[in-house]
Design a protein around this ligand. Structure first.
Ligand code: SF4
Length: 243
């Protein structure tokens, strides 16, 4: 099994310390940044399946995840964590990928429920995507059917510790191995699948462009890419445009 196909249960790359007395100030600043980042996380919870039921108790007074420094966010543009809470249908997966690509880096993905790990009880369904990590890098799975709020809180605390220690940088993998992820997406959605995000441009922007960013699947992307049409909003009840 290739490295990319293994389930990434919070086993990201270990950062190399830059070392040297001249870098002492930079190291202190980096550690301070990592600490602040780990204690101030905005979470977008995409309620795809039944696992979402355990989120309200995790968020509200009983377990109160805000005391940890984590609170919900309504837009992907300002979210740090994408929480996928259960089985993912093929149709929903398109929206999850669109959402993920809109988030700014660094960003983190948590798959809640066994259904995000391997399909769970829907492993035989023709309509579900089985392994979330095939389509985007997953920083952590919180398995169970369904996991209790204690498990959700515990998983979030572990993610915070990983961010602080510089161990949660799986977001870079999407840029470094974009051809791999795009290939899996194309197998599910068809070879003319495209999203509005310029992932290749972002890979260069974040200095993550590598030998496996481009490949046979990104070549297909270029071949099929069509200009995105501007969204046309039509108002007016009873008019022809609304029929
Ligand atoms: S793991 Fe169980 S609770 Fe979670 S989405 Fe799947 S069936 Fe629902």
């Amino acid at each position: 099994m290739s490295k990319l196909n293994s389930i990434p249960v919070a086993v990201p790359v270990v950062q190399q310390p830059s070392g040297g007395a001249g870098n002492l100030l930079a190291n202190v600043f980096d550690e301070l940044t990592a600490f602040c980042r780990s204690r101030s996380l905005f979470m977008l919870h995409y309620c795809t399946g039944c696992g979402a039921i355990e989120l309200p108790p995790a968020m509200t007074s009983r377990f109160d995840m805000e005391r940890l420094g984590i609170q919900p966010m309504v837009t992907p543009r300002q979210a740090d964590i994408l929480l996928v809470t259960g089985y993912v249908s093929t149709k929903t997966l398109k929206r999850i990928i669109l959402t993920y690509e809109q988030m700014n880096s660094p960003k983190y993905v948590i798959g809640i429920c066994s259904c995000t790990v391997n399909g769970g009880m829907y492993w035989q369904s023709y309509a579900t995507a089985k392994v979330l990590a095939d389509y985007m890098p997953v920083d952590m799975y919180i398995a169970g059917c369904m996991p209790r709020p204690e498990a959700v809180i515990s998983g979030l605390r572990e993610l915070m510790a990983n961010i602080r220690a510089g161990r949660s940088d799986n977001w870079k993998d999407y840029y470094r191995h974009y051809d791999h992820y795009l290939g899996n997406q194309q197998r599910l959605f068809g070879e003319n699948w495209q999203t509005p995000t310029d992932v290749i441009g972002e890979a260069r922007h974040y200095d993550q462009f590598g030998p496996e960013t481009l490949g046979e699947h990104t070549a297909l992307l270029e071949r099929h890419q069509t200009p995105l049409l501007p969204f046309e909003m039509r108002l007016g009840l009873g008019s022809e445009s609304n029929k």
